[in-house]
Design a protein around this ligand. Structure first.
Ligand SMILES: [Zn+2]
Length: 324
């Protein structure tokens, strides 16, 4: 069991994580072809990133997981600079986002070469800095967990199995979640060490129940993005998950990887949305309980893998568990 988690400024005890945004982007040097097409994804401003990080902190956030992977333009030195300007802990990732963003070298490199690269990020530091990765990312394409996506999963899994580092994957529109953790498990990664991002793009209770039954975590990160459906849909599925005893298997994040989502760039809703606006809704709208509260622990734990009796916040409990 890992008792500490690596932030970009060094390890901290898991009990210090507090309310955690499990999936976010602060600073990105995205592939040039991508931002030429979609300039909204240009996030290359340290000042604005620090402003937004502090906005999250002022809303009650204590830790943020920066999910920008190698292929999408992670820059560890910039993340260190941003983290130094805030009291919020910043955890960074190694690994790869998804096949679309990977340069040719990722396809042509051997799995061994890539696994070693990830392990060095975790044990020595990323991008020539002392900042170590705290999580591993891998992802697949829409309805397709084969080809390069499968390679990314296997590479991430082997680095995870070797180091005990948790995995947070990318699912395209919520698809291939089950296939993903089956591939990861086949490489020796406990399913309980896996969280599937963007799963609320597909807010299907039966699908989500199957995932939590297997022991994996659901990453909800579409709150406030109404183009992906109203928040009431997410809250309705959360309600069912809570009733089924799995409220503590949901990790929450903003995943605001666009300028137009950040107040610092003149956009909305801003990084204070998750804790300031979204989390209070299930607290209000799901009577008697648990979901995503930052102040009180889940009261209704019937999930299969809960052992902690800690009274700390449910959000911090979740990230601590996946870190074990
Ligand atoms: Zn993301």
């Amino acid at each position: 069991m890992k008792m500490t988690v690596e932030t970009v400024l060094g390890p901290i005890p898991v009990e210090n994580l507090g309310a955690t945004d499990y999936h976010e982007h602060l600073y990105v040097e995205a592939p040039r072809w991508h931002i030429e097409q979609y300039p909204d994804f240009i996030l290359e401003d340290v000042d604005k990133a620090a402003e937004e990080l502090n906005r999250f902190g002022e809303s009650g956030g204590q830790t943020l997981v920066e999910m920008t992977a190698i292929d999408y333009g992670r820059r560890a030195a910039k993340l260190m600079e941003i983290a130094r300007r805030s009291t919020v802990h910043v955890i960074a990732t190694t690994g790869f986002n998804k096949p679309l963003y990977c340069d040719r070298w990722v396809e042509t490199s051997s799995e061994e070469f890539l696994v070693d690269m990830l392990i060095r990020d975790i044990t020595e530091g990323m991008d020539g800095t002392t900042a170590k990765a705290g999580v591993i990312k891998a992802g697949t394409a829409y309805n397709n967990a084969g080809g390069l996506g499968e390679k990314l999963l296997r590479v991430g899994a082997r680095a995870s199995a070797a180091t005990g580092t948790p995995m947070i994957t990318h699912t395209e529109a919520g698809t291939m979640g089950i296939e993903q953790f089956e591939i990861l498990a086949s490489e020796g990664v406990p399913v309980s060490r896996v969280c599937l991002s963007h799963i609320d793009r597909n807010p299907d209770f039966g699908y989500h129940r199957e995932i939590v039954h297997a022991g994996a975590y659901l990453g909800y990160d579409c709150a406030g993005k109404i183009k992906y459906g109203p928040d009431s849909e997410r809250i309705a599925v959360l309600r069912k998950l809570v009733d089924a005893g799995f409220g503590d298997h949901v990790l929450l994040g903003n995943d605001y990887a666009r300028r137009s989502y950040m107040k610092a760039y003149g956009g909305r809703p801003g990084m204070d949305f998750l804790l300031g606006k979204f989390v209070p809704r299930p607290e209000r709208e799901i009577p008697g309980d648990p979901v995503p509260t930052c102040q009180s622990p889940p009261k209704n734990r019937r999930g299969p893998r809960r052992s902690s009796s800690s009274a700390e916040s449910s959000l911090s409990i979740r990230i601590s568990i996946i870190g074990q």
